[in-house]
Design a protein around this ligand. Structure first.
Ligand SMILES: NC(=O)C1=CN([C@@H]2O[C@H](COP(=O)(O)OP(=O)(O)OC[C@H]3O[C@@H](n4cnc5c(N)ncnc54)[C@H](OP(=O)(O)O)[C@@H]3O)[C@@H](O)[C@H]2O)C=CC1
Ligand SMILES: O=C(CO)COP(=O)(O)O
Length: 385
């Protein structure tokens, strides 16, 4: 959907503050990278901080830096230092690294040049020092370019802090089509996760009176179904497939931005993924792409929910039982989710990710504690067993 269509849809939400979507431009086209420097000039920025890592700097950072300098704007690049396993992660050290650089250079705006992790480092830092950030995605791997939430690793735990959305987005299809297949499959996996996150949000609204916005759920579901309908084009990584996937990721991000929290996009499948992520960090293991974990976790949650629905239903008031069963029936079964993941070339089983049955079982017992305020069916089951 275009930003204007999102604005129109969001206007139907009672009490929605239109300033939330006071942003633009949102550019998703070939050559979008070339529009960044003229935009910065037009906005009158004189000091720009670009945050990248070694890879994203090579992919697009050098070109961006030169283009900004050519406009007579002072730019500097912070390449976030990887952890000892070689992964760039959004933790205290990365945030402080960018904060110190941006402060020292008196940056007026931060440009996030990368995928999910670099965006979270950028949005948290920009919010903390009180400046805006621009989104320049280099891979269609997550729906986190334009949300407000910054999932950070704080003292080893994954906490999501509500910060700010981007001032503008420049998603260059020339760059995105070159992203490695694993990152494309991860983006598709992050979208498939919406099957179970949307179920969990509905579950929370039925059983715990969790605030639910149909418009936000509809935007997310439409984005998800667009991806599923075009799985072949996405798997082929042609320009149209990558455009469709990126547009869906942006729409899901906008849905989170409009709602102000991530209920539409993050349910038990994300909590399971976060559980695996922090376990790997504690064990000094290399990180697995977020969307790769989410896709597999979505299949696991779809299967698990079907095994526990009887027990859950027995503990619900009679009038909620049918509604919950009806919603669960709309979630594709695990075989279908794994089939779609395989089709797009991504991992489909926990073992593909190095997750054994013990870690899987531990996550199903404990992952809900990562987001104790979210009324997922996993939390209900574990709290009431
Ligand atoms: N804020 C939100 O609402 C959301 C946030 N997230 C967060 O996003 C994070 C995960 O982001 P994700 O995008 O999966 O992974 P990362 O941002 O961690 O990126 C993984 C790696 O992708 C590589 N990369 C990126 N673009 C390119 C490219 N064009 N060519 C080659 N390599 C490239 C980089 O390579 P290299 O490693 O070689 O440097 C990068 O480090 C998680 O922490 C998750 O919680 C996820 C969804 C929503
Ligand atoms: O990853 C997200 C959506 O894809 C956001 O998840 P959290 O709100 O759980 O950090």
């Amino acid at each position: 959907m275009s930003l204007n269509e999102i604005r129109k849809a969001a206007a139907r939400i009672v009490g929605f503050d239109p300033k939330t979507l006071d942003m633009g431009p949102v550019v998703l086209e070939a050559g979008a990278l070339r529009q960044v420097a003229p935009y910065l000039k037009e906005r009158g920025y004189k000091q720009v901080s670009i945050v990248a890592d070694e890879t994203t700097y090579e992919v697009a950072g050098r070109r961006l830096y030169d283009a900004i300098a050519t406009e007579g704007i002072s730019a500097h690049v912070t390449k976030i230092t990887p952890n000892k396993q070689g992964d760039v992660i959004a933790d205290e050290a990365s945030v402080v690294q960018l904060m110190l650089d941006a402060k020292a250079k008196k940056a007026e705006v931060i440009v996030a040049l990368g995928s999910g992790t670099l965006h979270d480092i950028a949005r948290f830092t920009a919010y903390t020092i009180g400046i805006p950030f621009l989104s320049v995605p280099t891979a269609p791997s997550v729906d986190g370019f334009n949300s407000k939430g910054a999932p950070l690793i704080i003292r080893g735990d994954k906490q999501t802090i509500q910060t700010i959305g981007p001032e503008a987005i420049f998603a260059d299809l020339d760059v995105l089509v070159e992203a490695p297949p694993a990152l494309v499959a991860a983006g598709f996996g992050d979208m498939l996760g919406k099957y179970t996150s949307l179920f969990d949000w509905k579950f929370g609204s039925i059983t715990s009176g969790e605030v639910y916005e149909q418009v936000v759920a509809d935007i997310t579901m439409k984005a998800l179904l667009d991806c599923v309908a075009h799985v072949d084009e996405i798997a082929e990584r042609k320009e149209e497939g990558i455009r469709l996937l990126t547009a869906a990721l942006l729409d899901s991000g906008f849905a989170m931005l409009v709602f102000g929290q991530s209920h539409s996009a993050s349910g038990a499948e994300h909590h399971l993924s976060h559980f695996w992520e922090t376990t790997f960090l504690r064990e000094d293991r290399r990180q697995i792409l977020h969307g790769a974990k989410v896709g597999v976790a979505c299949a696991e949650i779809s299967a698990y929910y079907r095994t526990i629905i009887g027990d859950v239903s027995a503990k619900l008031p009679a009038e909620q039982q049918d509604a919950v069963k009806l919603e669960l029936a709309k979630v594709p079964d695990e075989a279908e989710i794994r089939r779609l993941l395989t089709k797009v070339g991504g991992p489909s089983q926990p073992s593909d990710l190095g997750i054994d049955s013990e870690l899987l079982a531990a996550g199903l017992r404990e992952a809900h504690r990562i987001r104790p305020n979210r009324s997922t069916m996993l939390k209900f089951y574990n709290d009431n067993r």
